[in-house]
Design a protein around this ligand. Structure first.
Ligand code: NAD
Length: 478
C-alpha cells in the first residue's frame, strides 16, 4: 500500500481526477489517498505560489504526487506552481510518452510511439539573466555533469525497463561545444553501459525536422531542458491527440504525475472532459511505484476502449468513433474493459519490468585546473574595433597581453571585417605571454588598471585548462 498525495486542481481537474481514481482503484491499485488543495483558490486567497506550506509538508512526506491541471490566475505576481514544484523537489526528469492511436484517432503519423525524456532543472531555465550594456542582455546556460548523468541514465534505464530498442540524444554541440558538448559526451559515456540498447546522436535542428516528418524512426529521445520543452509539445501534438498524453516528473526522492494539458475552464463542470491524459500520468505513477500489473491492466483496458470507438467529445469523429461519452461514462467503459486487451492496437506488457537502477550521483575526483587567461567584457559605445584595441592594450600587464576582441562572439580584432556589425558589448581576451604562467593577482591588477583608465568592465570570465585541455571556446573566426 502506497500513500500518494492528490490535488484535484481547477477547471476540468476535479472531474478528470475523480474518473482517473475510480479507474485505478477499480483495477486494484494499492493506494491511500491524501488530498491537498492547490491552485486558483489558494492563489486568490493571497498565496502567490498557489500552495500552502502544510501542503508542501504532505507532498514531501508522501513523495508521490498525482496532480490535476491548475489555473494560474491572470495578472502579475502569481508564480507557476509547476515550475516551482519541479525545482523545489528536484524533479530532474520529465518523461512524456507520445503514441498515436491510428486508425482510432486521426494522425498524420500512424505508427508513432516516441518517449521524450527532457532534463527538467537546468540549461537556460536556471533563470539567471542580466542586462550588461545598453544594447545587450544575457541568459546563462548552465549544464552540469550531475544534471547530464542523471537524465541520460534515466533515459537508458527507462528504455531498458520498457523494452525499448533505441535511445537518441538531441543537442546542438556543433555550436555549443562546452554545454551541449558535455551533454553529448556524458550520453556517449553512459550509452556504453547499455550495449543491448542502440544509441545515436542527432544535431537538434535536423533531428527535430526528422521527428516531425518521420517520428517512427525514433524510440526514446533524451535532450536538454529547452529543446525538450519545445519538442515534447511537438511530439504530443503530432500523435494527433495532445489531450491523450500524460507526463511524469521524476526526482531522486519525489515524483509528480499529471496530464500535459491545462485546466480547460470552458469545459469545466459539464462531464465532457477526457480523463485520458491524467489516466496516462496515473499509469506511469503505478509503474513508478512498482504496481506494474495494475498499470498494465489499465493501459490495455484503455487501449481497448479507444479501439472500440468509445470516445469523449474531443476525439469523437463521425465514422471512426462508435459512441460519444461523458467523463464519468468513459471511466465506466474503461472499468468494464479491465481484463481485456486491444486486438488491433498493440497490447502492453509491463510484467517483467525491473525497477530502474538510478544510483546517486558520485562526485568525480577533481581535474588539474590551470588558469590560462581571462575574458574581460567591456561596455564601450564606440564602433571601431581597432580603436578599442589601442585603448585596452594599455591594460597589458607584465604577464597578460591582449589576444583578441570579439563582438557577440565573432572576432573583430585584430584583422576583423569592416562588414561585421558591432554592439556596445565587447569581449577582450587576455592571455599570458609565451611560456609565462599567470595567477589571479594578474587579473586583479588588470581590472584595477582598467578602473584607473575609465574602461567599463561589466564582467570577467577566467579561462582554464582542465587536465591540460582548453575548457573554453575560441572566438568565431579565430
Ligand atoms: P488547455 O490545455 O486547458 O486547453 C486547450 C484546449 O484543449 C481547449 O480547447 C480545451 O477545451 C481542450 N482540452 C484540454 N484538455 C482537455 C481534456 N482533458 N478533454 C477535453 N478537452 C480538453 O490550455 P489553455 O486553455 O491554454 O489553459 C487553460 C488553463 O490551464 C490556464 O490557466 C493555464 O495556465 C492552465 N494550464 C495548466 C497546466 C498544468 O497545470 N499542468 C498546463 C497547461 C495550462
Amino acid at each position: 500500500m502506497t500513500t500518494i498525495t492528490v490535488a484535484k486542481g481547477d477547471g476540468i481537474g476535479p472531474e478528470i481526477m475523480d474518473a482517473t481514481l475510480e479507474i485505478i482503484m477499480a483495477a486494484g491499485a494499492q493506494l491511500n489517498i491524501e488530498e491537498i488543495e492547490v491552485g486558483e483558490k489558494v492563489y486568490l486567497a493571497g498565496n502567490t505560489s498557489g500552495i500552502a506550506k502544510e501542503s508542501w509538508d504532505v507532498i514531501r512526506k508522501n513523495k508521490i504526487f498525482l496532480k490535476s491541471p491548475i489555473t494560474t490566475p491572470q495578472g502579475g505576481g502569481y508564480k507557476s506552481l509547476n515550475v516551482t514544484t519541479r525545482k523545489f523537489l528536484g524533479l530532474y526528469s520529465n518523461v512524456r510518452p507520445c503514441m498515436s492511436l491510428h486508425p482510432f484517432v486521426e494522425t498524420k503519423h500512424p505508427i508513432m510511439d516516441v518517449v521524450i525524456v527532457r532534463e527538467n532543472e537546468e540549461d537556460l531555465y536556471a533563470g539567471i539573466e542580466h542586462q550588461q550594456t545598453d544594447e545587450v542582455v544575457q541568459c546563462l546556460k548552465l549544464i552540469s555533469r550531475p544534471g547530464c548523468e542523471k537524465i541520460v541514465r534515466y533515459a537508458f534505464e527507462y528504455a531498458k525497463q520498457q523494452n525499448r530498442k533505441k535511445v537518441t540524444c538531441f543537442t546542438k554541440d556543433n555550436i555549443m561545444k562546452q554545454t551541449d558538448g558535455l551533454f553529448h559526451k556524458v550520453f556517449d559515456e553512459i550509452a556504453i553501459e547499455y550495449p543491448e540498447i542502440e544509441n545515436e546522436h542527432w544535431i537538434i535542428d535536423i533531428g527535430a525536422a526528422k521527428l516531425a516528418d518521420t517520428p517512427e524512426t525514433f524510440d526514446v529521445i533524451v535532450m536538454p531542458n529547452l529543446y525538450g520543452d519545445v519538442l515534447s509539445d511537438v511530439a504530443a501534438q503530432i500523435t494527433g491527440s495532445v489531450g491523450l498524453a500524460g507526463s511524469a516528473n521524476i526526482g531522486e526522492e519525489c515524483a509528480m504525475f499529471e496530464a500535459i494539458h491545462g485546466s480547460a475552464p470552458r469545459r469545466a463542470g459539464q462531464n465532457l472532459a477526457n480523463p485520458s491524459g491524467l489516466l496516462q500520468g496515473a499509469i506511469m505513477m503505478l509503474n513508478h511505484i512498482g504496481q506494474t500489473a495494475v498499470a498494465e491492466n489499465i493501459q490495455n483496458a484503455w487501449l481497448k476502449t479507444m479501439e472500440d470507438g468509445i470516445h469523449t467529445y474531443d476525439i469523437y469523429k463521425e465514422g471512426t468513433s462508435k459512441q460519444k461519452l461523458g467523463t464519468k461514462e468513459f471511466a465506466l467503459a474503461v472499468i468494464a474493459n479491465l481484463g481485456n486487451k486491444p486486438s488491433i492496437l498493440k497490447a502492453v506488457s509491463y510484467a517483467n519490468s525491473s525497477a530502474l537502477n538510478l544510483p546517486k550521483y558520485k562526485r568525480k575526483a577533481s581535474a588539474k585546473k590551470e588558469l590560462v587567461g581571462v575574458d574581460v567584457f567591456i561596455h564601450w559605445a564606440g564602433t571601431e574595433p581597432n580603436e578599442l584595441g589601442t585603448l585596452v592594450k594599455v591594460l597589458n600587464t607584465g604577464s597578460l597581453q591582449l589576444n583578441m576582441i570579439t563582438n557577440r562572439g565573432i572576432k573583430v580584432y585584430p584583422d576583423g571585417f569592416k562588414e561585421t556589425f558591432c554592439t556596445d558589448h565587447w569581449r577582450c581576451r587576455f592571455k599570458p605571454m609565451e611560456g609565462m604562467r599567470i595567477e589571479k593577482d594578474d587579473i586583479i591588477q588588470l581590472m584595477s588598471s582598467a578602473n584607473l583608465n575609465a574602461i567599463d568592465i561589466i564582467k570577467t570570465e577566467n579561462l582554464y585548462e582542465f587536465d591540460g585541455v582548453a575548457a573554453y571556446s575560441l572566438g568565431q573566426g579565430q
